[in-house]
Design a protein around this ligand. Structure first.
Ligand SMILES: C[S@@+](CC[C@H](N)C(=O)[O-])C[C@H]1O[C@@H](n2cnc3c(N)ncnc32)[C@H](O)[C@@H]1O
Length: 216
């Protein structure tokens, strides 16, 4: 949930050089807005970063929890090698339908599949697909700890696990917001990442805070 409402001059400069959306990604975002999908996708900086990670790790099989309109999925899928696969988990049929339509138009449909429904209902059925090489968590924050449990279970040494929105627009460190289920979920997720000895983790300060771990 990190698309920057306002882009400062330095970010604009970097976007121009390194991260700008191409025509397909721009159209996806414009049509998502016109369809009334929430404007909560990652930004192009994170998309490019995910793409680099897919390439650096030689990812062939990726999992994304929280697909929305398919923007981050497109960045990931474009970096997959021939025969690579992205499985997306998405609660809303409308979001999944929109994403699949966009991916088809981009020529990515053969490498992505979406399972629609609450991710916690879909995750037990993915055991046969594991291990994944890269797992991106970007859905309801209250369930991040449970998603992390599955991510570790469905990993191998070298798997990269990412989770967006650690900062939560400042809520995560706002004394007035500590009762929120989402803040509690995010704080538990961050604590688990930092303490779990099976992981080496940090938070990349992209936009709203992108947690990143590698499985040892
Ligand atoms: C922040 S958006 C994902 C953005 C997407 N990763 C991107 O950057 O293009 C979060 C998505 O998670 C979905 N979601 C929320 N709760 C969910 C749940 N329990 N299971 C699966 N998906 C869920 C929402 O419907 C929404 O589409």
């Amino acid at each position: 949930m990190s698309r920057l409402a306002e882009v400062n001059p330095y970010q604009a400069y970097l976007r121009d050089l390194f991260h700008s959306d191409d025509a397909d990604l721009s159209r996806l975002q414009a049509e998502a807005e016109a369809e009334g999908l929430p404007k909560i996708s990652i930004g192009p900086e994170q998309g490019k970063f995910l793409q680099l990670l897919v390439q650096l790790t030689g990812t062939r099989k990726a999992l994304e929890i929280g697909v929305l309109g398919g923007y981050s999925g497109a960045w990931i899928a474009r970096a997959l090698p021939e025969g690579g696969k992205l499985i997306g988990l998405e609660l809303e049929q409308k979001h999944s339908d929109f994403a699949c339509m966009q991916w088809k138009r981009m020529g990515l449909a053969d490498r992505i599949e979406v399972r629609v429904g609450p991710a916690l209902d879909s995750l037990p059925g993915l055991a046969g697909e594991a291990p994944f090489d890269l797992i991106f968590i970007d859905a309801d924050k209250g369930n991040y700890p449970a998603y992390l449990d599955y991510a570790v279970r469905y990993s191998r040494p070298g798997t990269v696990i990412l989770g967006d929105n650690v900062h939560m627009g400042g809520s995560v460190v706002d004394p007035e917001r500590q009762d929120s289920e989402w803040v509690q979920g995010m704080r538990s997720f961050a604590r688990m990442l930092s303490k779990d000895e099976r992981l080496m983790s940090t938070v990349v300060p992209y936009s709203d805070g992108l947690a990143m771990a590698v499985v040892k």
